[in-house]
Design a protein around this ligand. Structure first.
Ligand SMILES: NC(=O)c1ccc[n+]([C@@H]2O[C@H](COP(=O)([O-])OP(=O)(O)OC[C@H]3O[C@@H](n4cnc5c(N)ncnc54)[C@H](OP(=O)(O)O)[C@@H]3O)[C@@H](O)[C@H]2O)c1
Length: 135
């Protein structure tokens, strides 16, 4: 029996790290629901993911004003009825390697955290800062 398709919810994905995470989730075959305030930027990402065979929906929303990011995207989730996972992504830090992280470097950690290889990891804050906070 094949695994049910997963849905990744990426808040703040109209640009930067969130956008890279949305692309990474789509690249592994997940449907993607992403949010942000800049609706004008969403069409390009939806089109880009669709051109690569991905399935994405945008839900405009401001996480500072909404009680729940998932609630912001509830209509979009309805479109993917039957899928079972929401993943929330964003972030990065400046670090000790004296360079800024590439968005994809953070997206890879997000993908790991939301995948089967992290099956026994719960409730953690994963620091992705190139060692800045451990110096
Ligand atoms: N030091 C490093 O290595 C490093 C590298 C990169 C980034 N960073 C840090 O990581 C963070 C993200 O960086 P980034 O490059 O991904 O920034 P970005 O390109 O500005 O992306 C931020 C995303 O968050 C969304 N967002 C912001 N406020 C929101 C709100 N209230 N509601 C919903 N969406 C919201 C934006 O969408 P809308 O504007 O459409 O709402 C956008 O999609 C920043 O704090 C940055 O300083 C650190």
């Amino acid at each position: 029996m094949s695994s049910p398709r997963k849905v990744a919810l990426v808040t703040g994905a109209t640009s930067g790290i969130g956008r890279a995470a949305a692309k990474a989730f789509a690249g592994r075959g997940d449907a993607v629901v992403f949010s942000g305030r800049r609706e004008a930027l969403s069409d390009a990402l939806v089109a880009e993911l669709a051109s690569e065979g991905g399935d994405a929906l945008f839900a405009v929303g401001d996480v500072a004003k909404e009680a729940s990011p998932a609630g912001t995207c509830s209509d979009a989730f309805d479109r993917f009825f039957g899928h079972d996972e929401a993943a929330i992504a964003a972030f990065a830090e400046q670090h000790a390697l004296r360079r800024i992280a590439e968005p994809e470097e953070v997206a890879r950690v997000v993908l790991w955290l939301c995948g089967p290889r992290a099956s026994f990891v719960t409730g953690q804050n994963v620091v992705v800062d190139g060692g800045l906070t451990t110096r």
